[in-house]
Design a protein around this ligand. Structure first.
Ligand code: ARG
Length: 291
């Protein structure tokens, strides 16, 4: 095994925008230019894969399933820490069948020794995986979004399964429906976040834990470009095409921004982070060593 960062990605062959479960999704606009959109999606996916590999990552790319176009967003497949996985329970019927497909994918990863335990959500819990439970390696807890797709029972199930603390954040905007669309902890302790996606209590929680010099507040323009949905590997931050001021602020904070044109996936309300699932996150204590 290597100690390179490892990500799960899903091949985009079956990606399309054929239903609407968030305000970004326009099935009509997709269908009007479906062939071009499909080709563009393939190119964008390749560019994202190149950017991640360029940042030193190893990719596990698994096939999607016809009729489950949003499988291309595996951040929603489950939450992974220390080789243990708790698989998502989706809020919308359109995505519900992904749970079984991702269970199969995790079982295959388990056979290869890339994860060691796979569990499912208790009944009553709704949870859309790493899209709504983001491990903060610097602070040693999960930031957990709820109120749009995931419910509090789902967030609490994640905390219990891993035996880790949570800081829950209620999401108040239908456009920023997963925590990863509006909140992104970075390797040096910074947090890139979009304030308007949270209620007053959530903002207070963020500001209590993140010192002023570590806060990078995204503008509406940054958030609407889905740039907060970024993948951070070391000092590299891979994101959708970014407004210049955001790029400047991130490089001023010590990060190297790698932009990828993700327009076809933005038509579905997703971008870089949610097209990936980090498989090798480990709590940085000796008790957390893998088997
Ligand atoms: N169309 C997908 C949905 O609405 C996009 C998911 C993006 N995932 C994310 N973690 N932000 O579910």
């Amino acid at each position: 095994m290597t100690d390179q960062p490892r990500f799960l990605l899903v091949d985009p062959a079956h990606f399309e925008v054929s239903y609407r479960i968030n305000p970004w999704m326009e099935p009509g606009a997709w269908a009007a230019d479906a062939d071009n959109n499909r080709r563009a999606a393939r190119r964008s996916f390749g560019a994202l894969a190149d950017a991640l590999r360029g940042a030193g990552a190893v990719l596990e790319i698994v096939p999607g399933t016809p009729g489950l176009p949003d499988m291309v967003f595996p951040a929603n497949a489950g939450v992974v820490l220390d080789g243990r996985v708790i698989v998502a329970r989706f809020a919308h019927p359109e995505r519900a069948d992904e749970e079984a497909r991702f269970l199969d994918a995790f079982a295959a990863l388990q056979e290869r020794g890339l994860v060691r335990e796979v569990a499912t959500m208790p009944s009553g819990a709704l949870h859309e995986g790493a899209g709504d439970a983001i491990w903060d390696a610097n602070r040693g807890f999960f930031w957990a979004g709820h109120g749009q797709r995931s419910n509090l029972a789902g967030a609490e199930a994640v905390g219990r399964f891993f035996g880790r603390e949570l800081r829950t954040l209620r999401l108040v905007s239908p456009s920023f429906y997963h925590l990863d669309t509006c909140f992104c902890p970075l390797s040096n302790g910074h947090v890139l976040y979009y304030p308007d996606a949270f209620d007053a209590e959530g903002l207070d929680t963020i500001r209590r834990h993140v010192a002023p010099e570590h806060r990078i507040e995204a503008t509406r323009e940054d958030a609407e470009a889905l740039c907060v949905n970024a993948v951070n590997v070391g000092r590299t931050v891979v994101m959708a095409r970014a407004p210049e001021p955001l790029r400047r602020r991130l490089s001023g904070a010590g990060y190297e921004v790698r932009e990828v044109d993700l327009a076809p996936f933005i038509l579905s309300g997703g971008a870089a982070y949610c097209m990936t699932l980090r498989l090798d996150r480990a709590v940085a204590t000796e008790g957390a060593a893998r088997d």
